[in-house]
Design a protein around this ligand. Structure first.
Ligand SMILES: [Cu+2]
Length: 145
């Protein structure tokens, strides 16, 4: 009876596993080691593998114990940006010189003051896609002046 309970429990444990991919900014093998090490420190992370080529962190997590945001917060705390959570300048700055990756997620979060694009008109204080996106940056709000 006890054994049966244990087996049932471990079966449930398995079904909680979820594959998730998170984009984590980084640059080299050192980043890979740092990212994976930190990911494993998050309770509920069963597997973590970061790929240098596409900057994707492939995770297997127990979704009852952790979630993507928790992992992203952890990544930010060690200096690696994610789409949802950015590293502080201090954390980024304390990375090894060869690890100072291009901060693609760190962009002006607010609309430019004199931006008159429709997307910014009524929300000068919020993040707006036209001012926030890197590709638009040059042609939209900031070139207005
Ligand atoms: Cu590195």
């Amino acid at each position: 009876m006890f054994l049966f309970a244990v087996l049932t429990l471990s079966a449930q444990e398995k079904s909680k596993s979820k594959l998730v991919d998170v984009r984590v900014s980084g640059q080299c093998e050192m980043c890979k080691a740092r990212i994976e090490k930190a990911a494993f420190k998050v309770k509920g992370v069963k597997s973590a593998e970061w790929h240098q080529d596409d900057k994707m962190l492939h995770l297997i997590i127990n979704e009852y114990k952790t979630d993507v945001l928790t992992v992203q917060t952890k990544m930010a705390s060690i200096g690696h940006d994610t789409e949802a959570v950015l590293a502080t300048d201090e954390a980024y700055g304390s990375l090894h010189g060869c690890c100072l990756y291009d901060r693609e997620f760190k962009v002006e979060a607010k609309c430019d003051k004199d931006c008159d694009k429709p997307c910014c008109k009524n929300k000068k204080t919020e993040r707006s896609s036209c001012c926030a996106s890197k590709s638009d940056k040059k042609t939209s709000c900031t070139s207005k002046k």
